[in-house]
Design a protein around this ligand. Sequence first.
Ligand code: ACO
Ligand code: ZN
Length: 485
Amino acid sequence: MPMVTESAQTKLTETPLEPIGPLDTKVVQCLPKMTEGCHVPVFMDIQQTFVPAEIVSIRENNGVSEFYIHYVNFNRRLDEWVTVDKMNLKELAPPSTTTSSSSTNNISQEMPITPQPRTVPPPTTTTTASTSSETPSGNTTTFFLSDDADALNSDLSRAATLPSMTNPLPATSTTTVPTKTRGNGNNHHSGVHSVTKVKNINLIHLGRYFIKPWYFSPYPEEFTTCPVVYICEFCLKYCKDVDALKRHRTKCTLIHPPGNEIYRHGSTSFFEIDGRKNKSYAHNMCLLAKLFLDHKTLYYDTDPFMFYILTEFDAQGFHIVGYFSKDKESSEDYNLSCILTLPPYQKKGYGHFMIEFSYTLSRLEGKIGTPEKPLSDLGLLSYRRYWSEAILQTLLKHKPKDGETDYPSLSINDLSEITAIKKEDVLAALQNLNIIRYQQGSYVLSITKDLFDSYQDKRRLRVETKSLFWTPKIPTKPSNQFQTK
Ligand code: ACO
Ligand code: ZN
């Protein structure tokens, strides 16, 4: 714990505004006690300035105090451990009695990552991001493809040739079921808030990449001290070191996610996994996803969900790029529960592609869909972009034919049915684009050519329905030990 004991901020007239370096003991003794919940400006590297921050946790590392801080109004993926020399201690303030900034991310309001019985009602508006004032910029993910990673990867992978899709890959049942030592998986939220606010995994190795996690994920305690957690990219089993992973790969014969390949176009595939039949994979997927999802709570009950794993094929196999999960049954029209593009693949159009895929499945089911709320900041940006594109491209197809001047009339309901996007989301997107006006008793859309042009279909990745081999299933009943006979 820090040596700071006394509260006497006013005496600190000489504290410089730059990172202050080793602390003068006299100064230290004048400071308020530095505890969790204290507020202090911290020098933020990506902003190159001091930013208001809250101390979330404190630890000793080789006799040096380290502070886990949350930059107020920034996404929690930017939270980090800093030493006192990065702080402007002149403005150190004790914990406020009102709700602290980071607890505005109220854990009790978070939605489960694979929600089982919904105990928390989702917000009613369709445009609510869970982290309202946060900026998506300054994404802290660092991933790097090192020579080591490449060598390791080729060591661990088996040579693969693209198997024929006419014979879909067999469903593989993994046998190990994760222990339930932490109950139903959301125990980590019961009263231990600061623990779940602190990133607990340093680095993961997955396939060709080392990836720095963004958030806490409830991996077993013993993995939190590993410099790197090695994850099998095909079954997602996690190992404490590279030797353990190598041993695992001698037994694990997968070169693709378990489950059925339901889509293939070029090197891009989707595998469908039933959370009831492949519990181990589904649990591992949730643990991995939680490293990059802040606003979701992790439950161990994956039975009510299907998982759609997006992969890219090469000579080593089908490499996971991202996934989305989907309720087998949803009374709220949810067609997507959680979505993740792994950081090395982000901002390349995969998120948009998965969202389009989720609406394609809805269309095949004859349903209108919406993502589960709340959305993350990046989730909201991606959905807004998708909705806007889908709607404007639909409108483009409905432009007057040559020689005609009148636009065919199209209602919000029509747009919703054509795109499979829920009416509320259609409206939210139109409002966000600022193209909807109330005029003489009815709603009209006024769209400039520039706007149309900026939403032209230029995407590399689009869902090719002819490459999709999927029929809607009648939902399977989740296994439930408390089921009544
Ligand atoms: N900054 C600004 N805009 C962005 C960013 C960003 N970092 N990321 C995505 N967008 C917007 C852009 O408008 C982009 O459109 P463009 O391609 O025309 O530029 C659009 O979103 C789609 O971008 P993609 O490249 O298709 O999306 P990506 O593959 O990066 O995946 C996702 C988006 C899934 C949200 C990813 O950022 C992610 O996994 N984040 C962490 C997990 C998360 O927050 N998931 C959503 C939770 S909500 C829920 O699960 C229902
Ligand atoms: Zn494996």
